[in-house]
Design a protein around this ligand. Structure first.
Ligand SMILES: Nc1ncnc2c1ncn2[C@@H]1O[C@H](COP(=O)(O)OP(=O)(O)OP(=O)(O)O)[C@@H](O)[C@H]1O
Ligand SMILES: [Mg+2]
Length: 273
């Protein structure tokens, strides 16, 4: 098994030579190295089944029993957000947020966190009374209230409609600017990665295959040619074939007939205009 040290290094996260496999036929993570600086926001993309969730679970220490080795150093306070909110339906929203939290002021902190995500007044609602977007806000509050030094988010907006998703982007950016955790966010949406992250990394073959810094400042406009160039670069790294206009090229009929794996499977195929 890998070590899962709690010590802080100069980086918030340091992963060295991480291997994980679920069966004897091959590894999912094959000697992966990764560093994340304190306060840095990193987006992780990669085709479906490439090992993104496996990496997050390893960082969260949730993969005991999985074969593997390597070195992982993360901060003491790590929090995780998933695609579904994982709120307990038989508990009220505030109770969900402060579940397992110690201290006499836990509920006050929970109320403050709910206010920060725009859910003031919904403390006594039952979890099932929240919309999908509200439930994800509550899940963010549950993470926030723990004051994480590292926030791991596995497709947290994947099940939301486009408008709610945009609102969640704004909220997450504001929260991260205020609280400055290091963030590792998994997404299938290349635009979401470019809008949110300081760096976008691409997982392929069990290692980080590309590592792209996003130097677009705080106002990120998908119509900006620099944004479009980054989108093209990342889609290419995912194996998505683009034509000269930046549109996803129709697959060759011969390729469809062959057994060649589609490396872009599971990736949002947007035009890279
Ligand atoms: N508990 C498990 N038992 C057996 N195989 C597993 C287990 N968890 C993951 N795998 C396999 O490991 C590989 C990587 O899975 P993982 O969930 O990390 O992919 P992912 O990149 O998160 O994919 P997606 O984008 O679809 O969420 C897949 O082939 C998957 O079938
Ligand atoms: Mg996954």
């Amino acid at each position: 098994m890998a070590t899962h040290a709690g010590e802080l290094t100069q980086e918030a996260v340091r992963v060295e030579g991480l291997h994980r496999s679920f069966n004897k036929t091959g590894g999912v993570l094959n000697g992966l190295d990764l560093e994340i600086a304190p306060g840095e926001f990193v987006a992780l993309i990669g085709r479906s089944g490439s090992g993104k969730s496996t990496l997050l679970r390893a960082l969260a220490g949730l993969d005991r029993g999985v074969d593997g080795w390597g070195r992982i150093s993360v901060p003491d306070k790590v929090s995780m957000v998933f695609q579904d909110s994982r709120l307990l339906p038989w508990r009220r929203v505030l109770d969900n947020v402060v579940l397992g939290l110690g201290g006499r002021d836990a509920k006050d902190r929970g109320r403050k966190a709910l206010a920060e995500v725009g859910l003031a007044g919904r403390e006594r609602a039952w979890a099932h009374q929240l919309s999908g977007g509200e439930a994800q806000r509550a899940a963010l509050a549950r993470s926030l209230v723990r004051d994480p030094q590292l926030l791991l988010a596995d497709e947290p907006f994947g099940a939301l409609d486009a408008l709610t998703r945009l609102n969640m982007h704004t909220l997450l950016r504001e929260l991260c600017e205020r609280h400055r955790p290091s963030v590792l966010l998994v997404t299938h949406d290349v635009d979401e990665a470019i809008v949110l992250a300081d760096r976008v990394i691409v997982l392929d073959g069990g290692v980080i295959q590309s590592d792209v810094r996003i130097d677009l400042g705080s106002r990120r406009d998908p119509a900006d040619p620099r944004f479009a160039a980054l989108r093209r670069q990342l889609l290419n790294a995912l194996g998505v074939d683009l034509d000269a206009d930046g549109l996803v090229r129709d697959p060759d009929p011969d390729d469809l007939a062959s057994d060649r794996p589609d490396r872009s499977r599971g990736v949002d195929r947007k035009a890279a205009s």
